[in-house]
Design a protein around this ligand. Structure first.
Ligand SMILES: [Zn+2]
Length: 152
């Protein structure tokens, strides 16, 4: 749950690697890379400790062919990864090589369908998360998550 007293930390080495994916995409027709980011939870900190790139670069934001399958796939993978690799927190990420930190129209449609979740956007310069929740409110709650860089 995103809140003011919860903090998101990312080691500099991982920050550099992930933003490089967006930089590379920028040189390659703004092609998008997607995957999972993993974090340890310690008290009120989420500390990123790794990531997996899961999809080949795509040309742009693509609407899911089947919304139900997209949701099942996401929930299945998150559960599987948490169980098999004993991971506390998993976020789905994708790059915005064009540098836009805000959610794309398709990103918002996906979050709307899921009703709650986090979507992390990686630009060539920054990493931001978007916490989305409209389970209990008519208008969705959308909170920006700032990732703070740490030197290990
Ligand atoms: Zn997007």
């Amino acid at each position: 749950m995103a809140s003011i007293d919860f903090r998101y930390l990312i080691p500099e080495a991982i920050f550099v690697e992930l933003t490089q994916l967006a930089k590379d995409g920028h040189k390659d027709k703004n092609r998008i890379v997607a995957g999972w980011m993993f974090a340890d939870r310690k008290n009120n900190f989420a500390i990123i400790n790794g990531y997996d790139v899961t999809k080949d670069p795509a040309d742009s934001h693509v609407r899911p062919k089947s919304w139900m399958r997209m949701k099942k796939h996401k929930l299945y993978y998150m559960r599987k990864l948490k169980e098999e690799r004993n991971i506390d927190i998993i976020y789905q990420f994708h790059t915005h090589p064009n540098g836009k930190e805000n959610l794309h129209e398709v990103d918002l449609k996906i979050l709307n369908y899921l009703t709650t979740g986090v979507m992390v956007v990686i630009t060539p310069d920054n990493i931001v998360g978007w916490y989305f929740d409209k389970r209990e409110t008519k208008k969705a709650i959308i909170d920006k998550m700032i990732f703070e860089i740490i030197n290990e």
